[in-house]
Design a protein around this ligand. Structure first.
Ligand SMILES: CC(C)(COP(=O)(O)OP(=O)(O)OC[C@H]1O[C@@H](n2cnc3c(N)ncnc32)[C@H](O)[C@@H]1OP(=O)(O)O)[C@@H](O)C(=O)NCCC(=O)NCCS
Length: 182
């Protein structure tokens, strides 16, 4: 079974597994911020406890043999243990790896999302069983679309009415899909 690395590092960031104990720090860093979750599939948390449950589940996924479950890392500035964001990959079992990522607002605009996505896209496409690394973002989330391009993905098109961003409302929204293939 293909297993993503439990930890990895890029020039500025370290990635490690989440634990439920990270909930207060993740809450304060980005998970309680509706500007961060604006285009995401989840609403900003108002309390730490449900976030702890979510992180517990994310940690448990790493223990499961089911390779199709999302594997999520917390991102910390190198040399620190405080989470400033998160990135996840889902190995869909058909040669496709799908990515999602989020950073605390304080760290936006420094190229960090592209740095870490590039690392994981390159890892994915170095695996013999994977040939497509892709991600999608809301049509209005042009920063995220740019991050995908910086990670070597090409814009493939629009997925119409593809996801619901509850912060923006209940209506399914169009998404931009980008991929790097080999
Ligand atoms: C999306 C997100 C991860 C980007 O992280 P980041 O580290 O700031 O991104 P980077 O600095 O690597 O790259 C941002 C790029 O977008 C560009 N950009 C910013 N605003 C833009 C806009 N309105 N239109 C087009 N490009 C834009 C920047 O100029 C930069 O490109 P450049 O380096 O060529 O100049 C961060 O904004 C975030 O966490 N947002 C909330 C969560 C989210 O939306 N996640 C993505 C879900 S699909």
């Amino acid at each position: 079974m293909l297993r993503p690395p439990a930890t990895f590092a890029t020039a500025r960031l370290g990635a490690r597994l989440p634990t439920a104990d990270d909930a207060p720090a993740v809450f304060a860093s980005y998970a309680n911020d509706p500007e961060v979750t604006r285009y995401l599939a989840w609403r900003a948390y108002e309390r730490v406890e449900p976030l702890a449950a979510c992180l517990r589940e994310a940690a448990a996924n790493w223990e499961q043999r089911d390779a199709h479950l999302p594997r999520t890392w917390l991102l910390c500035l190198k040399g620190t243990a405080t989470p400033i964001g998160s990135i996840g990959v889902t190995l869909e079992g058909n040669g496709h790896a799908m990515f999602g990522y989020v950073l605390a607002k304080k760290f936006w605009g420094r190229g960090m999302a592209a740095e870490v996505l590039t690392y994981l896209v390159d890892w994915a496409l170095a695996q013999p069983s994977l040939y497509r690394a892709y991600a999608y973002c809301d049509v209005e989330n042009l920063t995220s679309a740019r991050v995908m391009e910086k990670a070597g993905m090409l814009r493939e098109g629009i997925l119409r009415r593809w996801h619901v961003a509850p912060t923006l409302g209940p209506e399914p929204r169009d998404c931009i899909v980008c991929a790097k293939v080999r």
